[in-house]
Design a protein around this ligand. Structure first.
Ligand SMILES: C[S@@+](CC[C@H](N)C(=O)[O-])C[C@H]1O[C@@H](n2cnc3c(N)ncnc32)[C@H](O)[C@@H]1O
Length: 253
C-alpha cells in the first residue's frame, strides 16, 4: 500500500453522515465572512464554472452563490454510500493530479483542506493551472504550520512512522503554499489566516478505540497537544504570520 493509499483508508474511516453535517456547519461559520469578499473581487456571474478539488461530502464551493459547480474526489463512491451528498453540484470520482476536464474550462478552482491529503500537490497545482482560464482564479485553503512545527511533522513522518498523522502525507507552511502558487503561474491576490478550529472544540466524532493505536493516542494527549498549545501561545505573541491554522490563499492565473 502506498503512503497515499494509507492516508485515504484513514480518511474514509473519518467520514459519515453525522460527521459531514458537523464539518459543513464549521465550514459555513469559518468562511461566511470571506465568501462575499471573494465574490466581489472576482465579479462572479451565474455562468461561471467552479471546480472543487478534493471536495469531500461537504463541498465548500457551494458557499458561492453563483456559478455552476463541479466536484471531484477519489472517495466519492464511498461518500455516496456513507454520507448524504449535497445537491447543486456535479460530483464525480477523480484525483487532482489528473483532472477530468479540458484546458481552460473553469473560471475558479477551489480546494479546501485537501492539498495536504493528496499524493502529489505539485502535480495537482499544474493540473489546476491547466484547467483554469487565463485570468481565472484559485482559492486554496490549507491547514498550515509554522516552519518549526512543519519541520517536526516532516521528521516524524519520515523517521517515527508509528507517531505520524496517517491521513496527512504532507505538511506545509503558509510560505510553502504561496511558493507553490507562484511556481505554477498564479499571482497572489490576498492571504487570510483563519486561526485554528481544532482546539476550539473537542473532536466531533469519537473514533473507534483500536488497541494498536493506544500508544499513539496517549502520546497525543500527554505530549503532542500540550506541546502544540505552548507553540500556539508563542505564535499568538509573535503575530498572525506565525500561526498554525487554516490559511486561505486567493490567487489569479
Ligand atoms: C479532509 S478531506 C476535506 C474534504 C472537504 N474539502 C472539506 O473541506 O470538508 C480531504 C479530501 O481530499 C481528498 N483527496 C485525497 N487525495 C486527493 C487527490 N489526489 N485528489 C483529490 N482529492 C483528494 C480526500 O479523498 C478527502 O475527501
Amino acid at each position: 500500500m502506498s503512503r497515499w493509499d494509507i492516508a485515504q483508508e484513514h480518511e474514509k474511516a473519518w467520514w459519515g453522515e453525522e460527521f459531514s453535517k458537523i464539518q459543513l456547519k464549521g465550514i459555513i461559520t469559518q468562511y461566511s465572512g470571506l465568501i462575499p469578499v471573494f465574490e466581489s473581487k472576482m465579479n462572479m456571474t451565474d455562468d461561471w464554472k467552479i471546480l472543487d478539488v478534493g471536495c469531500g461530502p461537504t463541498c465548500a464551493s457551494l458557499l458561492f452563490r453563483k456559478g455552476e459547480k463541479y466536484g471531484i474526489d477519489p472517495l466519492m463512491d464511498d461518500y455516496a454510500k456513507t454520507c448524504v451528498l449535497p445537491k447543486g453540484i456535479s460530483l464525480m470520482k477523480g484525483v487532482g493530479e489528473n483532472i477530468p476536464f479540458p484546458d481552460g474550462f473553469f473560471n475558479l478552482v477551489i480546494s479546501r483542506n485537501a492539498l495536504d491529503h493528496m499524493e502529489d500537490p505539485e502535480k495537482v497545482m499544474k493540473e489546476i493551472k491547466r484547467v483554469v482560464k487565463r485570468g481565472g482564479y484559485v482559492i486554496l485553503s490549507v491547514y498550515v504550520y509554522t516552519p518549526f512545527v512543519t519541520g517536526i511533522h516532516k521528521f516524524v513522518e519520515r523517521h517515527v512512522k508509528c507517531l505520524r498523522e496517517e491521513e496527512h502525507p504532507h505538511f506545509f507552511t503558509a510560505e510553502d503554499i504561496q511558493a507553490l502558487c507562484k511556481r505554477n503561474g498564479f499571482s497572489v491576490v490576498s492571504e487570510h489566516h483563519l486561526g485554528d478550529p481544532y482546539f476550539a472544540k473537542p473532536a466531533p466524532k469519537p473514533r473507534k478505540i483500536v488497541l494498536k493505536e493506544l500508544p499513539k493516542k496517549v502520546f497525543f494527549k500527554l505530549v503532542y497537544v500540550p506541546f502544540w498549545k505552548a507553540v500556539k501561545l508563542c505564535n499568538s505573541v509573535l503575530g498572525n504570520k506565525w500561526q498554525c491554522g487554516d490559511y486561505v490563499i486567493f490567487a489569479k492565473s
